[in-house]
Design a protein around this ligand. Structure first.
Ligand code: ATP
Ligand code: PRP
Length: 205
């Protein structure tokens, strides 16, 4: 039986992914939330779980060092990797990717947009035929719009609480986001049986 390596994004996605795996009786030998280890054995055949930052998952899959990944659609849209196949929408860690700003802001030409997602932001505005400039920030995006560092932001929204408490609102939806299961193209050829068996196991709920 060939070993399979599955990368899971730390944080929100990992919390929900571990619950999904547990529902299917797959568990790590040590809880990743209680350990500083980065690679975990599981009780499922030769499955090993790797814990990485969300934005690093595409690189591990692209390189083939890791076979499978659980990663947000937002991270996939932003990355420029393509050496993978989409396997399943796991429908976990769902949220929305939006353009947001102060009340009554509209999309207009040459807006400055603050975001963690410069590539997908440029693509979205290009697809609308609206030129924009992008300011890359790493967190608390809402602040940029509140302090007029930018005209608007592109960010994830879940409950809407962060926008509301900072006096901002959605201008438009870019995409609905969930976490996807992806596989390195070569891994899928070499380990097809093992990977298909794993997908069947986690799909059978
Ligand atoms: P990184 O470590 O790469 O900076 P991060 O710290 O932003 O990532 P998390 O916020 O724990 O990591 O998880 C981010 C992923 O979780 C997103 O890519 C998205 O797919 C998903 N997600 C679900 N709900 C939310 C939310 N409310 N805010 C942000 N991300 C969310
Ligand atoms: C995320 C996201 C929003 C907020 C949305 O931030 O960037 O700010 O959550 O969630 P809500 O709609 O439920 O309020 P995160 O907590 O990851 O912190 P960050 O700003 O440091 O990225």
């Amino acid at each position: 039986m060939k070993k399979i390596f599955l990368a899971i994004s730390k944080g929100r996605i990992m919390d929900e992914a571990l619950i999904l795996l547990k529902k299917n009786n797959i568990e790590c030998d040590i809880s990743p939330n209680k350990s500083r280890k980065l690679i975990f054995k599981t009780n499922y055949e030769n499955l090993n779980i790797i814990v990485v930052r969300a934005s690093d998952v595409p690189m591990y899959i692209e390189s083939g060092k890791v076979d499978l990944g659980i990663v947000g659609k937002d991270t996939l849209l932003e990355s420029n990797v393509d050496n993978y196949f989409f396997l399943r929408d796991l429908k976990i860690a769902s949220c929305k990717l939006v353009v947001a700003g102060k009340k009554n802001k509209k999309l207009v030409s040459n807006m400055k947009i603050a975001t963690k997602y410069p590539n997908l932001t440029q693509e979205f505005f290009l697809s609308k035929g609206i030129p924009c400039s992008v300011l890359k920030l790493y967190g608390s995006m809402e602040l940029a719009a509140v302090l007029n560092l930018s005209d608007a932001i592109v960010d994830l929204v879940d409950t809407g609480k962060t926008l509301k408490e900072n006096g901002l609102e959605k201008i438009c939806l870019i995409d609905n986001i969930t976490s996807h299961l992806i596989v390195n193209k070569s891994s899928y050829k070499i380990k097809k049986n093992e990977i298909n068996k794993f997908i069947t196991r986690i799909s059978a709920q």
